[in-house]
Design a protein around this ligand. Structure first.
Ligand SMILES: Cc1ncc(COP(=O)(O)O)c(C=O)c1O
Length: 342
């Protein structure tokens, strides 16, 4: 079964019969400003990719850990993990997952035959976590923006050790959180914890498909063997290495994303009638508007699409998630929002 995600503009453009070039695509949480592509040595296109040693060095610095595996996006780990974990702990049958959140986690665990136990915003009570179970936390969550503090997560980490379970932290949007609540530091001490990091979102380069697994060497070795050679192509390695080392660009990006997120929030608040809104949440990479249950959110989504504005209708159809908008695009969004339901 293929899940619906943001992106894939081609499909939506066809459905609404509007050429791709006329769309304002706000359907993902990918930064609209991306790391500038450096001049790439020609041999990187010609040769087979080598082991990404330089990229690993850069990633160790950026993620503040010595335990790094480079992958073709964190999705590669999400897909492979359930079957691999099952071979390591055949007694494991249950996985706790956020009811709202990146659904590829649920799909992967379900396909491997696990029982899915959903939790809402609050994590399941510590004492309710069964032995040998898996706990998946998306921090901060996409699309709810819910952020769990490291102090709370530490308690869950201890529980997963006690119960011989597995703690999976998907930190795809953690780059924009200050102070960081990442669980990556000292990850080498915790065999029962895996941290997933996504490169494409903060650096605005989702197309080059880079992600990282931060975990004990035992896990890194296991996944490395499973994924096989040439996971990440040479040009992508080179670009990501440059980006992860460029702290000055990263600072600029942080403040730029913060400004864009503030402007987006203002635009949403001043153009969607307040009586329609239940709640607005998000991170500096996206904003999610939850509507009152009297509102037909799917109709809003369609109305925006008809104006060539593509946002993400959440799977529950209770909210619209907006990616960041550059200052030049704000007016177009504001005008379209102002027409909703009229
Ligand atoms: C929460 C979350 N985790 C993981 C991913 C996968 O990202 P990637 O494979 O590009 O690293 C996504 C993609 O949208 C996501 O939203």
């Amino acid at each position: 079964m293929a899940l619906i995600h943001g992106g894939q503009l081609q499909r939506v453009a066809k459905a609404f019969n509007i050429a791709q070039k006329h769309w304002l695509d706000l359907s993902t949480g990918i930064a609209p400003y991306s790391y500038p592509i450096p001049t790439i040595p020609e041999y990187l296109y010609k040769d087979l990719p080598q082991e990404p040693d330089n990229l690993v060095i850069a990633a160790k610095r950026y993620y503040d850990t010595n335990n790094v595996l480079v992958t073709n996006g964190s999705q590669a780990i999400i897909k492979l993990l359930p079957v691999l974990w099952q071979t390591k702990n055949p007694k494991s049958k249950t996985v706790y997952l956020p009811e709202q959140g990146y659904k590829e986690h649920a799909l992967a665990w379900q396909s491997a035959g696990f029982n899915l136990c959903w939790y809402q915003e609050e994590l399941p009570p510590l004492s309710a976590i069964e032995k040998n179970a898996v706990l998946v936390v998306i921090n901060p969550n996409n699309p709810t923006g819910k952020l769990y503090q490291r102090s709370q997560l530490k308690r869950y980490q201890s529980r997963m050790i006690e119960t011989n379970g597995l703690f999976v932290l998907d930190e795809a949007f953690m780059d924009v959180i200050t102070p960081s609540q990442s669980m990556a530091t000292n990850i080498g001490n915790y065999k029962h914890t895996l941290v997933l990091r996504s490169f494409g979102k903060f650096f605005g380069l989702a197309g080059i498909r880079i992600g990282f697994l931060l975990a004990q060497q035992y896990w890194l070795k296991l996944f490395h063997e499973q994924l096989g050679p040439w996971q990440v192509n040479g040009p992508a390695q080179f670009i990501a290495e440059n980006a992860l080392l460029d702290t000055q660009w990263q600072q600029t990006q942080q403040s730029r994303l913060q400004q864009l997120a503030e402007k987006l929030l203002d635009t949403l608040k001043s153009n969607i009638p307040l009586e329609c809104i239940n709640n607005i949440t998000g991170t500096h990479l996206f904003t999610t508007v939850y509507f009152k249950n009297t509102i037909d959110v799917e109709a809003y989504y369609i109305q925006l699409c008809q104006q060539g504005i593509y946002v993400r209708l959440t799977d529950e159809k209770t909210a619209l998630r907006f990616g960041l908008v550059t200052p030049e695009q704000l007016e177009r969004l504001a005008k379209a929002l102002a027409t909703l339901s009229k």
